[in-house]
Design a protein around this ligand. Structure first.
Ligand code: MTE
Ligand code: HPA
Ligand code: MOS
Length: 754
C-alpha cells in the first residue's frame, strides 16, 4: 500500500515527460517557422511550398488567432504570432502542423517569409543611450551617498559585465493540446506556471479561463526558463488544436529551443564604492544596464531582485542604485535561477575587490568587517532578523583553516612558475519571497480516502527539485502518518486554481504551508471524531506514525479505522488550504518595505589553480557552509546546493552565450555552448548545513534552498583572479564573466579583451 516516490522513477529512467506519453492516432505534430534576422517588417508569408509537401500540412499565422493576439502578462508587448514586425532572430512567425514531426519541420523550413530588415540594437548601453527602455528606470536611495563619498578616505569606481546563461533543461519546451467536447481546451504543458499558460491560451483563443485546463505533471527541469516562457508554446499548441480540431503536440528540438527562448539577462554595470580609513563601507552606488531583450516578460521582477540584492551580504549606510531595463533585439531574457541576484552579487563583490586592492588590505578582512549583523536594516528599510552572515562566515574560515590555506597557497605560488593557486570567499544573503508581492500565495487540496491513504494537490510543479517529496513529508508530518501513505498529485488548474509559478525558491514554502493548513483542518475533524470514539477530551489526542495516542499512550484505534469511522459518520475527509505570506509590503514610490519573508545565509570558499601556459583554470575545492534552516530533507537540500553551485560555476567560468554582430544566435547547440559537467566540478566539494534555527515562514522551520547557493559559484571568478595576480600583480582587472581562457590570457598578456 506504499506510494512510489518520484525520485525512484527518475532513478530508473522510468519518468515520463510529455513527449513520452502515448499520442492519439490523429495527433498532428507542430513545428515553428522562426525569423531569420534580428528585426524586420513582414511583407508576406508564402505557405505554398510547405502545403505542397503533403496534404496533412497546415500553416497557421497571426490571422488565424481567434482571440487577442497577445500573451504579454506584465506588459502587452508579446504577440502570440507577429503581425507586422519580428523583433529577434529566432522568433516564431508561423506554426506548421503535419502528420509527422519531420514533415512538420520540413514544411516549416519551406514557408517563405518575405520581409524588410529594420535597424536593430543588441547592446544594453546603446539602448539606454537611445532611451529605449522596457519600463521606466528605478532607483533605491538610502542616506546621502553624495556627501558620504566626499567624506570617504577611499573611493573607487569601475565597470562590471556579466553574460547570459542558457537553461539547457533536459526536457526542451513543449506542450500537447486537444479540444474536448468541441469547445474546451485541454493542455499538458511543460511549464512552471500552469495558470499563466491557462490565461495565455484563454486570451489568445477568446475563451474564458474555465474553458481551459492546463496540466503540468512534471518537468525535465525548468530553472526559470519555463516560468513565463512556456506560455507561448502552450498557446501555439492550443491554437494548432483549435484550428485543426485535432490533437497537436509541439516539441522544440534543442536548437530551436536555444534560438527561440529567453535566457538569463546579461548585465553591464557601473559602480562607485567608498570606505573610511578602517575599511568600514560608507557609500555605494551602481547603475545597472539590464539587457532585457525584445519584450517585458519578467524583466521588472528580475531587476527588482537585482536592486534588492545590490549590497550583497554587506551593511552600507549610504546607497543609491539605479536599474535600467534596456530593450534590445534579442530573445526576451527571462528568469534563471537566482533571478537577477547573481548579477547584483557580482557587482558588489567586484566593488569590494577593487576597494580592497586600492586600500591594500585583505579582501576577506574587508568582507568580514562589513557583514550584516542582527538588528541591521537594509538600505530599503527591511529590518533583518535571525541574521547568520557572520556566523556562517566565521564557521567557514574555521572549517577551511583560512590562515593556513593562505600560507599554503603562497608557498605553492613561490615554488611554481607555470601554475598559480588562488582562493576567495563569498558570503550569501538571499531574500525569500516573490519580488512581485501579489505572487506570494498558494492553495492546496487534500483528500483522505476511506482506506486512509492521502492525496495532496498543490500548485507546486515537480521539476527535479523534489518538491513533491517535501510536500508529502509535510502532509505526513502534519497528519501524523507515515510518508508512504501520502501521494502528491500532478498539478492541474482543475484542482488548484490561480496558482503562482513554482519559482523564487518558494515552491515548498508556499505550497507546503497551504498543504499543511489543509491537513490541519482534516486533522482537527479526525481528532474530534477520535475523542468521541475513545470518550476522551480532544486535547489529549495525538496522531503519530498512524496510531492514535491518548495522553501519549497508544490506544486501540488506528489511523485506518479512524478514517473509515469518520467516513461512516459523514465527516468531510477533504480540505482546501490557502496560504499567503504574512508581513510583506513594499512602497514602490518610497522604495521602502519588507519585500522578503526571510533571508538565506551562508558562505563559500573556493580555491583555484591556473595553468599560465595554457591560460586555463580549475576550481580545486569548494567548501560551503549553508543555512537550510531545519532542513526537511538534508539529502535533497545538499543535492540542490550542488546543482545550484554547478550552475553558478558554469555562469562564472564557462557558459559563453554569444550572438553575432547581426544578432544571430551563435551558441545554439551543445557543441557551441559548453555546460559544466561532472569533471568540471571541484574534486573536493564539501557542504555543511548549519544547525537548526527558527523560521516561522516555512513549514517546520525549514528554509527555501533552490536558488541561493547558485551565488557561491561567483567566488570562482575571484579565486581565479587571486591566482592570476600571483603571476602578474599589476595585471589589469576586467570584471567580466564568464572568465573564459581568452580573458585569462588577456589578463596575462596585458592586452585588451577579445
Ligand atoms: N532543481 C532541479 N532539479 N530542476 C529545476 O528546474 N529549478 C530551480 C530550483 N532547483 C530547478 C531546481 C529554480 S530556478 C527554482 S526557483 C526552484 O528550484 C523552484 O523550486 P522550489 O521552489 O520548489 O525550490
Ligand atoms: N523570483 C522568481 N520569479 C518571480 C519573482 C521572483 O522573485 N518575482 C516574480 N516572479
Ligand atoms: Mo526560479 S528562476 O525562480 O524559476
Amino acid at each position: 500500500m506504499k506510494t512510489i516516490a518520484e525520485s525512484a522513477l527518475n532513478l530508473r529512467g522510468a519518468t515520463r515527460y510529455i513527449d513520452d506519453l502515448p499520442e492519439p492516432r490523429d495527433c498532428l505534430q507542430a513545428a515553428a517557422k522562426l525569423s531569420e534576422s534580428a528585426r524586420g517588417r513582414i511583407l508576406s508569408i508564402d505557405a505554398s511550398a510547405a502545403l505542397a509537401l503533403d496534404p496533412s500540412v497546415l500553416v497557421i499565422t497571426a490571422r488565424d488567432v481567434p482571440g487577442q493576439n497577445q500573451i504579454g502578462f506584465n506588459k502587452p508587448d508579446e504577440p502570440l504570432l507577429p503581425t507586422e514586425e519580428w523583433e529577434y532572430w529566432g522568433q516564431p512567425i508561423a506554426l506548421v502542423l503535419a502528420k509527422t514531426r519531420s514533415l512538420a519541420r520540413r514544411a516549416a523550413a519551406a514557408v517563405r517569409v518575405s520581409g524588410e530588415n529594420l535597424p536593430a540594437l543588441f547592446d544594453p548601453r546603446e539602448a539606454a543611450a537611445a532611451a529605449d527602455f522596457i519600463l521606466p528606470s528605478r532607483t533605491i536611495k538610502c542616506g546621502e551617498p553624495e556627501s558620504a563619498f566626499a567624506s570617504c578616505v577611499h573611493v573607487i569606481s569601475g565597470r562590471v559585465d556579466s553574460g547570459g546563461q542558457e537553461h539547457v533543461y533536459l526536457e526542451t519546451q513543449g506542450a500537447y493540446a486537444e479540444i474536448r467536447d468541441d469547445r474546451k481546451v485541454f493542455i499538458i504543458s511543460s511549464t512552471q506556471g500552469p495558470t499563466g499558460v491557462q490565461r495565455a491560451v484563454a486570451q489568445s483563443l477568446g475563451l474564458s479561463m474555465n474553458m481551459v485546463e492546463v496540466e503540468a505533471r512534471r518537468l525535465g527541469g525548468g530553472f526559470g526558463g519555463k516560468e513565463d516562457q512556456a506560455a507561448i508554446w502552450g498557446s501555439l499548441a492550443a491554437l494548432g488544436a483549435w484550428v485543426s480540431r485535432k490533437p497537436v503536440k509541439l516539441y522544440l528540438d534543442r536548437r530551436v529551443d536555444m534560438q527561440a527562448t529567453g535566457k538569463r539577462h546579461p548585465y553591464s554595470s557601473d559602480f562607485r564604492i567608498g570606505a573610511d580609513a578602517n575599511g568600514r563601507l560608507l557609500a555605494f552606488e551602481a547603475d545597472y544596464y539590464q539587457n532585457s531583450g525584445c519584450s517585458c516578460d519578467l524583466s521588472p521582477a528580475i531587476l527588482s531582485r537585482t536592486l534588492l540584492h545590490a549590497t550583497g551580504a554587506y551593511k552600507i549606510p549610504n546607497v543609491r542604485v539605479t536599474g535600467n531595463m534596456c530593450r534590445t533585439n534579442l530573445p526576451s531574457f527571462t528568469a534563471f535561477r537566482g533571478f537577477g541576484a547573481p548579477q547584483g552579487f557580482f557587482v558588489i563583490e567586484a566593488a569590494l575587490d577593487a576597494l580592497a586592492r586600492s586600500m591594500g588590505i585583505d579582501r576577506v578582512e574587508l568582507q568580514r568587517r562589513n557583514l550584516y549583523r542582527e538588528g541591521d536594516s537594509t538600505y530599503f528599510g527591511m529590518p533583518l532578523e535571525r541574521v547568520r552572515a557572520g556566523e556562517s562566515f566565521d564557521r567557514l574560515l574555521e572549517k577551511v583553516s583560512w590562515k593556513e590555506l593562505r600560507v599554503d597557497i603562497e608557498a605553492f605560488n613561490t615554488s611554481n612558475s607555470l601554475e598559480k593557486r588562488g582562493a576567495a570567499i563569498l558570503p550569501l544573503c538571499f531574500g525569500i519571497s516573490f519580488t512581485k508581492l501579489p505572487m506570494n500565495q498558494a492553495g492546496a487540496l487534500v483528500h483522505v480516502y476511506t482506506d486512509g491513504s492521502v492525496l495532496v494537490s498543490t500548485g507546486a510543479i515537480e521539476m527535479g527539485q523534489q518538491v513533491s517529496r517535501k510536500i508529502a513529508l509535510i502532509a505526513a508530518r502534519t497528519l501524523g502518518i507515515p510518508q508512504e501513505r501520502v501521494s502528491v498529485e500532478r498539478t492541474t488548474t482543475l484542482t488548484v486554481a490561480n496558482t503562482v509559478p513554482t519559482a523564487a525558491s518558494t515552491g515548498s514554502d508556499l505550497n507546503g504551508m497551504a498543504a499543511k493548513i489543509a491537513c490541519e483542518k482534516i486533522k482537527t475533524r479526525l481528532t474530534a471524531k477520535a475523542a468521541s470514539m475513545l470518550d476522551v477530551d480532544p486535547s489529549s489526542i495525538e496522531i503519530k506514525d498512524g496510531k492514535i495516542l491518548v495522553e501519549r499512550k497508544s490506544s486501540a484505534l488506528g489511523w485506518n479505522e479512524l478514517v473509515a469511522a469518520a467516513n461512516e459518520a459523514r465527516i468531510d475527509l477533504s480540505a482546501h488550504g490557502f496560504y499567503s505570506t504574512p508581513g510583506l509590503f513594499y512602497d514602490m514610490k518610497a522604495e521602502r518595505g519588507t519585500p522578503f519573508a526571510y533571508h538565506v545565509y551562508g558562505a563559500a570558499c573556493l580555491t583555484a589553480r591556473v595553468d599560465l601556459v595554457r591560460a586555463t583554470c580549475r576550481i580545486e575545492s569548494a567548501t560551503i557552509v549553508h543555512d537550510s534552516g531545519n532542513s526537511l530533507d538534508e539529502r535533497v537540500d545538499i543535492g540542490q546546493i550542488e546543482g545550484a553551485f554547478a550552475q553558478g560555476l558554469g555562469w562564472t567560468l564557462l557558459e559563453d552565450l554569444r550572438f553575432g554582430a547581426d544578432g544571430r544566435p551563435l551558441s545554439d547547440t551543445l557543441s557551441t555552448y559548453k555546460l559544466p559537467n561532472d569533471s568540471f566540478l571541484p574534486e573536493k566539494l564539501e557542504i555543511e548545513l548549519m544547525s537548526d534555527m527558527d523560521n516561522p515562514f516555512a513549514p517546520f522551520n525549514s528554509k527555501a534552498v533552490g536558488e541561493p547557493p547558485l551565488q557561491y559559484g561567483i567566488a570562482a571568478y575571484f579565486a581565479v583572479l587571486d591566482a592570476l595576480r600571483a603571476a602578474k600583480p599589476d595585471g589589469k582587472t576586467t570584471y567580466d564573466i564568464p572568465f573564459i581562457p581568452e580573458k585569462i590570457e588577456a589578463f596575462l598578456d596585458g592586452e585588451g579583451l577579445c
